[in-house]
Write a protein that binds this ligand. Structure first.
Ligand SMILES: Cc1cc2nc3c(=O)[nH]c(=O)nc-3n(C[C@H](O)[C@H](O)[C@H](O)COP(=O)(O)O)c2cc1C
Length: 175
């Protein structure tokens, strides 16, 4: 059983990257096989629905998505939605998401965007039949000092989310 964490921010001071790294620690302490894809370090071309699918970096990203049984997507909230880089990855790796268990970590500027992940969650559920975990982690700047996560309550929630992702993925795989 293998897992993929996708850190979707392109910002060098990213907070969602810190959430993703915290989740990685929990996966590793659970002895899980986990891959970490940082979109800032693995730049992808914009999806044109055509020739970019053949590019090596796109093929490689799509293979990493395909290989995972469960995927944790760590996203910045932009304009009441996941950022464009997250959606671009999904456009580029489409079918690789089919039937995967998916969880979300969200970094936002304020509390009022709490439900912004629903658009991406809905598209993964309806387009690719993903099993989206109802539990998700939503974090604002108050939980950070600069780009470092300093809130133990958020660490606890990330641990609960990673534990649930492992449990649900394992349960579905063994049916
Ligand atoms: C273009 C842009 C749009 C944003 N839109 C929202 C928004 O709709 N709601 C919100 O709560 N925060 C918004 N923010 C704040 C980001 O969610 C916040 O800075 C978050 O930390 C970004 O994640 P990152 O640090 O991992 O890049 C926006 C930031 C930018 C740059």
């Amino acid at each position: 059983m293998s897992f993929l964490i996708v850190a979707c921010s392109l910002n060098p001071e990213s907070r969602s990257l810190a959430l993703a790294r915290q989740a990685e620690k929990f996966f590793l302490s659970a002895d899980a096989d986990v891959d970490f894809m940082n979109l800032r370090e693995n730049p992808l071309p914009f999806c044109d629905g055509d020739s970019v699918y053949a590019k090596q970096e796109v093929v490689s990203a799509a293979e990493r998505v395909q290989k995972a049984d469960g995927i944790l997507v760590s996203v910045p909230i932009y304009n009441y939605d996941a950022n464009a880089a997250a959606k671009n990855l999904i456009e580029l790796s489409g079918k690789g998401w089919e039937d995967k268990v998916v969880g979300f970590l969200c970094a936002a500027g304020g509390h009022s965007s709490y439900m912004s992940i629903m658009s991406l969650a809905n598209s993964l559920m309806l387009d690719f039949r993903c099993i989206v975990l109802p539990r998700f982690v939503y974090v604002t700047g108050e939980s950070f000092e600069e780009k470092n996560l300093t809130d133990p309550e958020i660490e606890k929630r990330i641990q609960e989310l990673t534990t649930q992702l492992i449990k649900v993925t394992l349960a579905l795989k063994t049916i």
